[in-house]
Design a protein around this ligand. Structure first.
Ligand SMILES: [Zn+2]
Length: 328
């Protein structure tokens, strides 16, 4: 994927970069600290670059393998911001690097644009002129599990051993039969299904709890498109609990963002796919390194449901429309 050359002056005309900016800069420094304008963005990226480099040096000292040897360390230190520079190079340490995380968020936004407007549409090229699909609403969901570090590191090692991607799902299933890992790994689309969604984008994110650095959190968060006539609030919790059947407490919520317009998508993407800021701020660097090495946690995401705009429109057609077509 080649990003076009972007200047800071054009930032505010690019909702996808704004979404990434809020998901990364907003999550790390706080939403109120940096507005999305030329001067603020420049300051924010400069500050993040300094913070990230200092963290990377700590992680290098702690023997984080993706930074050894020194040539790879330089590669990570030089990774450019996801906007405001020529993004012809990236370090690809996307599970940690805040700039690569931002590039990932840009791709997620682009993915939604393609579903909404079709590949190759004007909007796909970055200009919003096409009409948004009606008859559906955008729902943000979040499911959170907490793993306190109580019995030495036993709970954490279990959490860290869970790798929610396709290649490792089976391994996790065998290693942890009948527990939360099995449920999560074997049902990646649980939230999307519980919402009766026609399209969903899901992310697994591991982080240190902001309330307690001795608690590890595993979140599955994302966005789903649901036909406006479908009832979501009534059944979601019970459906989700039934499908996941986890023994540990699960915190979950959904938020109705309304009709999928630019504002809803910006809000949804920046909140659902935000950067795990604990990786930058957790005081014990060794534990951050351990987390990243064990989880192999490269911003794991998955999509479910419609694969293009035509399929989406078909899926959100009212049941009465379909009957009418059949009669004709
Ligand atoms: Zn990077």
């Amino acid at each position: 994927m080649t990003d076009k050359v972007l200047t800071l002056e054009t930032l505010r005309h690019e909702p996808r970069y704004q979404a990434a900016y809020e998901a990364v800069v907003g999550a790390i420094f706080g939403k109120d600290r940096f507005a999305f304008d030329l001067i603020s963005a420049r300051n924010a990226f400069a500050e993040l670059l300094t913070l990230n480099r200092s963290r990377l040096n700590q992680m290098y000292e702690a023997n984080w393998r993706p930074m050894q040897p020194a040539s790879k360390r330089q590669n990570a230190l030089n990774c450019p911001p996801f906007a405001g520079a020529i993004a012809s190079y990236s370090c690809t340490r996307s599970g940690y690097c805040p700039f690569c995380w931002g590039r990932g968020v840009v791709e997620i936004f682009r993915c939604f644009e393609r579903i909404f407007f079709g590949r190759g549409s004007i909007y796909d090229k970055g200009i919003q002129t096409t009409e948004m699909p009606r008859r559906c609403k955008l729902i943000r969901f979040n499911t959170l599990w907490r793993f306190p570090k109580l019995r030495q590191t036993k709970d954490w090692s279990s959490a860290l051993a869970f790798v929610p991607n396709q290649t490792n799902g089976l391994k996790a299933t065998k290693r942890f039969p009948n527990n939360i890992f099995w449920r999560i790994a074997s049902y990646p689309s649980a939230e999307v299904d519980a919402l009766n969604a026609v399209f969903g984008y899901v992310m697994h994110r591991v982080d240190f709890s902001p309330d307690d650095p001795n608690v590890l959190t595993l979140e599955r968060s994302g966005l789903a498109l649901v036909p406006y006539w479908a009832s979501v609030m009534d059944y979601y919790d019970s459906d989700l609990a039934q499908q996941l059947r986890t023994r540990r407490p699960v915190k979950s919520f959904i938020q109705d963002l309304g009709e999928p317009n630019r504002i809803a998508l910006l809000k949804g993407v920046s909140e659902a796919f935000h950067y795990p800021r604990g990786l930058l701020y957790h005081t014990k660097v060794n534990e951050v390194v351990s987390l990243l090495e064990r989880v192999d946690h490269h911003m794991i995401t998955a999509t479910f449901g419609a694969s293009d705009r035509d399929q989406l429109l078909k899926a959100i057609a009212e049941p009465s429309d379909i009957t009418h077509d059949n009669v004709l």
